[in-house]
Design a protein around this ligand. Structure first.
Ligand code: HEM
Length: 290
């Protein structure tokens, strides 16, 4: 039995919502499990896994899921609020990561051990440095006028793409941390595989979310009305226009000009009257009862 585009789209969104809900659970569940295992305060080392799990599993995942059209905990809030919470969580994540890095480095120094000699140590160092760079890049998005020759859409595309790389590095560091002797002596068999699945699941959810964001923002993308619907668009728009609720960006295919809600004067916004004259995609016409 062939599925209609509407059913397919609803099914796709339900699956994304279920995966997003699982990502929220994992984002909180993983650091909780690490806390139970490490017993923070029992040793100086115990703070390292906890702080890192908090930074990369909880804070960073939540900072990104905020922009998910299906599972954002701030779905009903304005984009401005979401952006503020996003950078506040990212800043907190960076602080936790720097503290976690400082603690493990000092602990190794106290024990006379060599630094950055394991794959986990090397990837971890790269991850924390990258997270610092990514946060600095984020400042350019807060003050886009600093980059005169770059459009806001281009800045967003680079920020989203490099942010995804940073997130995946974080997940890789978590997974390598779980390969350490400290972890594998306490967590074995099925529990170890389940623990490894946690960063894997959140990275798949975040990759899916970022892929849609980047497919809209990249020049020459094949983004179309169906993708618009899949991305969870709820606004009235003609087929020649793309809109991504997670970025709040309305994008005109023909001249690639954008209207970013909340940034008056950048571009004239799309009005309902402008959209009314154009052939609307079927899925949107159904929504509007036309
Ligand atoms: C993304 C998160 C993480 C980052 C960025 C990170 C970073 C690091 C770095 C840079 C070192 C080496 C420090 C040095 O050599 O001076 C290290 C060591 C260590 N980390 Fe992590 N870590 C993370 C998560 C974890 C987790 C979740 C665990 C435990 C499950 C863990 C367990 C360890 C252990 C046992 C060491 C000492 C052995 C070694 O150097 O490989 N880490 N970590």
């Amino acid at each position: 039995m062939a599925l209609t585009a509407e059913t397919e789209s609803r099914l796709y969104r339900s699956l994304r919502a279920a995966a997003g809900a699982a990502a929220h659970l994992v984002a909180l569940g993983f650091p909780t499990a690490v806390a139970v295992l490490a017993r923070p305060g029992s040793s100086l080392f115990s703070w390292h896994p906890l702080l890192m799990a908090l930074a990369f599993s909880f804070l960073m995942t939540e900072a990104l899921l905020i922009f998910s059209p299906e599972t954002s905990l701030l779905r009903s809030f304005s984009r401005k609020v979401k952006v503020r919470v996003h950078w506040a969580l990212q800043l907190l994540a960076l602080l936790c990561a720097l503290l976690g890095l400082g603690i493990i480095t000092y602990n190794k120094h106290l024990n006379g051990k060599a630094h950055f000699v394991t794959w986990h140590g090397l990837t971890g160092l790269l991850t924390v440095l990258y997270a610092g760079g990514q946060c600095m890049g984020g400042v350019l998005l807060l003050y886009p006028k600093l980059m005169k020759n770059w459009t806001l859409a281009k800045l967003k595309l680079y920020h989203a793409t490099s942010g995804l790389v940073g997130y995946l590095l974080g997940c890789a560091s978590l997974m390598l941390g779980m390969c350490s002797l400290w972890f594998t002596t306490s967590v074995t068999s099925v529990s170890w595989y389940l623990a490894m699945l946690c960063p894997l699941l959140t990275s798949l959810v975040i990759m899916n979310q970022s892929w849609i964001a980047c497919s809209v923002l990249s020049p020459g993308s094949s983004y179309d009305a169906h993708d618009t619907e899949r991305a969870g668009a709820t606004h009235l728009m003609p087929a020649s226009v793309g809109m991504l609720p997670s970025t709040g960006l309305i994008w005109r295919r023909q001249d690639r000009s954008c209207h970013i809600p909340g940034e008056k004067g950048r571009e004239s916004p799309l009005t309902q009257e402008a959209a009314a004259g154009t052939a609307l995609p079927l899925v949107l016409r159904r929504q509007l009862g036309q």
